[in-house]
Design a protein around this ligand. Structure first.
Ligand code: CDP
Length: 673
């Protein structure tokens, strides 16, 4: 990616599964807690970004074994129960607030340690005083290069190996308090007292909950006073799953507000009641017009019919205020964001940065950027929407948005630039230094791009036991597509007709029974299931020996096929409306009759002996040769390799080889990036 990124507006609806990375706050807390636990912890769904890599590198510098697998998103940490192997080290925390604060407190557990800590220029300006002052009472001292006590980076930290009762001023950042709370269980008898209050309370609750998840609950015995009743080193949970980042999710909650009707985006693994306070953004978005649904373990966001403004308090989830601030330029009334004073001391002065860039787009804010520069106590921002002003500012060329090394500036304006302001797809926003998203979301712009994906349909046909189902299921999971097994449709109908004792030769009785059936769809995970009169039949019912023996006979009846055809074709819409980037439909006549226009059509085959063996291995009684004979010889939609479909013989191929082959064909079809 170059020095700047011109955002391409979405001219078609955004659809698909947003690739949201793991939470930065949870990943960095989990790294510290795992290092302070006894033994090995496997972190799954971890974020790999600049901030987490800084902490991983620092832990390694300190002598910890930390094995990271970027492809699998896992980190294996061997905890040493509170011991820190290196007594001396030089650590660079970049501009990572969590690493800076958490490591500073963590290091004080090392007896007579001497550590030099530095950060980027921006980090040198960020608040550390509350924490350094609190640690001093336990004989831990921070000295500048002249050997004088200091309250900011860089410093040499001389550590005592213990934490006694301490008092912390965490008014500038809740991380100053969280850092202390995470070493509290290893400091028997100590208590942490907070003077005054802190910002971003939910992050303190996240720390509390995670200490409990690692076996050492800490409790607030009095308001602002924490203790650990059962102190000791943390207890590894063995495997620890990290939630997707709720702040990063805010961009994908926002996107359907401006990417057109029929937009539908999914965030998998999203837990509205999880550890992250930033999930509260979803509530604000709803108040502003978002259409959200929690389905299974996914958050599904549909097109917002309108963007309403309003007044909101963002104190507790301030990282997401930038997402709303950019959307607010398109709202139908002004938006006021209150209580965000503390964000003026984050990656950059976020309120000032936001006001400055909105003004660059011709948008009026209150206070203005000038007023914000003159007073650092102003703590709210009102944005006055004005589409004409946006057009005026970008009439000649895209407006270059400065990002101030702040990932959230780049991402929130990236979302705004996705709006088709001119109605002709003309870009109007350019993001400077787009790589700054690597702090928490290195692949943000690719994740955004992948939602632009054109809908892809894949037809997979073939005889019985040729591996259609396992191949299709695997592919749909890999690509975030909806999987539809039309064999199950015929099996369901067969089961119901059999139950009504319908003779397959009696057309009138067949029609009569079919007329009483209502068809609907239930989506579970990546698969769509047919419900007959609101009931989805079980696998056991669908694959019983009786159904195996009669399904082909019923499936050969033209009335049965006509009855289900429109329903099957409609699954394309079902997949689109539910935010899937594509669909994989398997059966006998998908490439020839149901979806002859599918993007990719596959015909799978395998030797009869191999197929018989597969069924035997599954322990299923099935007459596959007989079924294939009926299926291929019937007059209505027989089993054929449709002209133009790609034939794949998988007799000697493993499942993953077949999946890989088809995946390549889908990519070659040129529809998805
Ligand atoms: O799993 P297996 O390949 O053995 O069969 P299935 O896909 O569950 O399909 C069961 C039966 O439904 C097939 O033998 C066909 O008779 C019928 N079928 C069909 O006629 N057309 C389809 N598109 C899918 C299945």
């Amino acid at each position: 990616m170059s020095e700047s990124y011109i955002v391409k507006p979405f001219c078609s609806p955004a659809q698909g599964v947003a690739q949201v990375p793991g939470s930065k706050s949870i990943t960095n807390r989990a790294l510290i807690l795992a290092a302070l636990a006894d033994g090995e912890t496997l972190l799954r769904g971890a974020l790999f970004s600049r901030d987490t890599e800084i902490l991983i590198t620092s832990l390694r510098e300190l002598g910890f074994s930390v094995e990271a697998n970027i492809v699998l998103h896992t980190i294996k940490v061997v905890g040493l129960g509170g011991k820190i192997p290196a007594k001396e080290a030089k650590l660079h925390v970049g501009n990572a607030g969590t690493a800076a604060r958490f490591l500073t407190a963590f290091l004080t557990l090392s007896e007579k340690g001497k550590y030099f800590l530095d950060g980027d220029e921006a980090m040198r300006q960020r608040p550390m005083a509350g924490l350094i002052n609190a640690l001093r009472s336990s004989d831990n001292f921070a000295h500048d290069i002249h050997g004088k006590e200091t309250l900011s980076f860089p410093f040499t930290l001389l550590t005592s190996g213990y934490l006694k009762n301490c008092e912390v001023d965490a008014s500038a950042s809740s991380q100053l308090l969280s850092a202390l709370l995470m070493i509290l269980p290893l400091s028997s008898g100590a208590k942490v007292l907070m003077r005054g209050s802190t910002v971003s309370e939910p992050f303190v609750q996240m720390t509390e909950k995670m200490c409990a998840q690692f076996g050492r609950p800490i409790t607030q015995v009095n308001p602002g006073e924490w203790r650990c009743e059962n102190p000791g080193s943390f207890i590894s949970p063995g495997i620890y799953d990290i939630e997707p980042d709720a702040t990063a999710a805010s961009y994908f909650i926002a996107l359907p507000a401006l990417s057109g009707k029929n937009s539908c985006v999914r965030v998998s693994g999203y837990n509205p009641k999880g550890l992250q306070g930033d999930t509260a953004f979803a509530g604000v978005a709803q108040a502003c017009g978002a259409i959200l649904n929690n389905e299974g373990n996914a958050l599904v966001i549909n097109h917002w019919p309108e963007i309403k403004g309003g007044t909101f308090d963002f104190n507790n989830f301030s990282d997401t205020f930038l997402t709303l601030a950019t959307l607010a330029t398109l709202a139908n009334q002004p938006t006021t964001i209150n209580n965000i004073g503390h964000t003026r001391k984050q990656e950059t002065d976020r309120v000032l940065a936001m006001a400055t860039e909105l003004e660059r787009l011709g948008i009026k804010t209150q206070p203005t950027a000038k007023e914000l520069r003159e007073s650092d106590t102003l703590a709210s921002l009102t944005i006055f929407p004005d589409r004409e002003a946006l057009k005026a500012s970008s009439a000649q060329k895209p407006v270059s948005i400065h990002t101030y090394e702040d990932h959230r500036m780049a991402m929130s304006f990236g979302i705004l630039g996705s709006f088709d302001l001119w109605g002709d797809g003309r870009p109007w926003i350019e993001i400077l230094d787009p790589k700054c998203t690597s702090k928490t979301f290195p692949l943000f712009f690719s994740a955004l791009e992948s939602l632009r994906t054109q809908f892809v349909s894949v037809a997979v046909d073939g005889g019985a036991a040729c591996g259609k189902s396992s191949t299709s299921r695997n592919l749909s999971e890999k690509l975030g597509f909806l999987h539809i097994d039309t064999g199950a449709h015929y099996r369901s109908l067969t089961q119901v007709l059999l139950q009504s004792f319908v003779n397959p030769e009696d057309t009138q009785a067949v029609n009569n029974s079919l007329s009483k059936i209502k068809l609907s769809t239930v989506i579970s995970g990546n698969s769509a299931f047919l419900a007959l009169n609101d009931k989805v039949l079980s696998e056991a019912e669908l694959r019983s020996a009786v159904v195996n023996a009669s399904v082909s006979q019923f499936a050969a009846i033209p009335e049965v096929r006509t009855f289900i055809l429109a329903y099957q074709r409609n699954q394309v819409l079902v997949a689109q409306e539910n935010g899937f980037a594509g669909l994989i439909m398997e059966g006998r006549d998908i490439g020839s009759v149901v979806l002859p226009q599918a993007t990719v059509r596959i015909y799978l085959e395998a030797d009869a002996s191999a197929r018989n063996q597969r069924r035997k291995d599954e322990g299923i009684v099935d007459s596959i040769v007989q079924r294939d004979k009926i299926d291929s010889s019937r007059t209505s939609a027989p089993l054929i390799c449709a002209p133009g479909a790609i034939r794949i013989d998988n007799t000697n191929l493993s499942l993953s080889e077949v999946v890989e082959k088809i995946e390549k064909l889908i990519l070659q079809a040129g529809r998805i990036s």
